[in-house]
Design a protein around this ligand. Structure first.
Ligand SMILES: Cc1cc2nc3c(=O)[nH]c(=O)nc-3n(C[C@H](O)[C@H](O)[C@H](O)COP(=O)(O)O)c2cc1C
Length: 194
């Protein structure tokens, strides 16, 4: 039985295409156990001078930093407990939503999800699969290195050790209702088939 961790970051609620793709994947995998982190409804706070001291190291008990550390522990535990990460990726200004970036800022912890050795960085979140449900208004050639959202997300997953990555993209969503409907139908079928 699969243990899924769903990471949602769309700000569009019920109209969200990336959320619909995540739902299509879940519907096609009945019997999975599902843990959900909706970064729109429950955003992870941005890293600030206050939280950084807590997420960077174990802070003294009772200090103002322990809340950030506790949240980081919880997010990392969810990640290690899953075997498949299903990650919604709306494209925002050519990048990932800042809510999703904040999640990565918390889960990338030296000594826990990655480490540096004489050979350079090594990801410690091993044996997982990630499925990226990508949604964007325009159409792009990802091989050209632009926009950055998908490449950045892949790089961060690789950095923490997740290298088995599938990407399903619904694009051209602003190119008119027919183009959008066809893109969503095609991507929904593709993600359900994974
Ligand atoms: C703040 C913001 C920035 C966006 N920037 C881009 C962009 O750079 N390129 C693009 O193709 N679409 C862009 N879009 C459109 C979204 O990628 C598109 O609406 C997509 O469907 C969002 O995912 P969702 O449906 O899951 O919310 C942007 C949307 C918002 C709200």
């Amino acid at each position: 039985m699969s243990k899924l961790l769903l990471i949602r970051s769309a700000a569009t609620g019920p109209a969200s295409v990336s959320n619909a793709l995540i739902d299509a994947y879940v519907a096609a995998h009945p019997g999975s156990t599902v843990t959900e982190r909706d970064l729109d409804r429950n955003p992870v706070p941005h890293v600030t001078s206050e939280s950084l001291a807590g997420i960077g190291r174990q802070a003294a008990e009772g200090s103002q930093f322990t809340l950030a550390r506790a949240l980081q522990d919880e997010l990392i535990a969810e990640l290690f407990a899953a075997d498949t990460l299903v990650l919604g990726l709306p494209l925002y200004n050519f990048g990932m939503p800042s809510t999703l970036k904040a999640w990565f800022d918390y889960v990338a912890r030296a000594g826990t999800t990655f480490q540096y050795s004489a050979n350079g960085p090594e990801g410690l979140v091993k044996g997982k699969r990630a499925i990226i449900a990508h949604a964007r208004a325009g159409k792009y050639d990802d091989a050209a290195g632009f926009p950055f959202g998908l490449a950045h997300t892949r790089a961060l997953l690789n950095f923490i050790g997740i290298t088995d990555i599938e990407v399903v993209t619904a694009e051209g969503l602003a190119f008119g209702p027919d183009v959008a409907a066809a893109a969503i139908a095609e991507a929904s079928a593709a993600i359900a088939a994974l």
